[in-house]
Design a protein around this ligand. Sequence first.
Ligand code: NAP
Length: 286
Amino acid sequence: MHRQTWLITGCSSGFGSLFVTEILRRGDHAIATARSLESLESLMEAGASCLQLDVTASQAELDAKIEMAEAMFGPIDIVVNNAGYAEVGILEDSSVLMNRSQDVFQRQYDTNLFGTVKMTRSILPLFRRRRAGIIVMMSSVGGNVGMPGASPYFSSKFAIEGLSECLRLETSHLNIRTLVIQPGMFRTSSLTTRSHRNNNSGREDYAALNETMGAAHSMQGTQRGDPTKMVMRVVDLVKGTGLAEGKPMPETLPMGIDAVQAIRLKCEKTLRNLQDWEEMSCGTDY
Ligand SMILES: NC(=O)c1ccc[n+]([C@@H]2O[C@H](COP(=O)([O-])OP(=O)(O)OC[C@H]3O[C@@H](n4cnc5c(N)ncnc54)[C@H](OP(=O)(O)O)[C@@H]3O)[C@@H](O)[C@H]2O)c1
């Protein structure tokens, strides 16, 4: 197989950084991107090509970055839309961030959703012209199953799921494939205050929920999922190696026992609901 070139967003830590390490280990070419180039120094020393890239930049800026990446490093085969973080908080309390002037949802969607939309729009013309390309979307179990206090983050991931399903149907005839990864809880820095922002207004009616959300940070370092193992499996899915050898690439894949269990329960509940209400649902035609 030819040496593939991957471009990954959000490589300063966590999955992004591990993707780069694993891609290099496989002998592929990694273009590591992050908001700050300094955060990529060790990946550069390990052999990655590096590029400053903030996914909240304008569409024109991101288009120019992708064009520059190809001019400098050659055609990109795979884009991993990995950059993201979590805004958590009660929906009623999430209009304006405390001590900040921006709507929690707007801020969350700017990175997790619109960042992904813009990055995908930047790469599509190049993939389309070449009739080849793979887009990996880092969704979440939270893109499938809701949880109290997580509506800004989870809804941004639900949107990624819908976006990806439409994108796949629009572009599969152009040999552009979209793979959605739905991780459960993995031991990256995702529950630190940098990546997991709790918007607690202190409203008494939601006190118990706010307490639970506040306690999430204390779980940092104890998440059951090993991110190195997850990243190796995603690379296997893209390259058709290891457990993925000889199988067609799935459209979506939960990662981690917690994600599998939660998504299975949701599917069963959805099926039960369809059955229980079929007469009501199907009685609306002329
Ligand atoms: N770990 C989990 O359990 C888990 C579960 C489900 C889904 N995920 C998803 O996996 C992805 C990676 O998260 P992680 O667990 O590896 O957490 P992480 O270690 O906190 O990494 C998040 C990365 O996203 C970057 N980022 C944030 N905003 C950005 C922006 N505007 N432009 C470019 N990069 C930006 C961060 O860079 P800075 O250093 O510049 O902030 C950081 O490199 C995220 O999309 C997350 O939602 C993680």
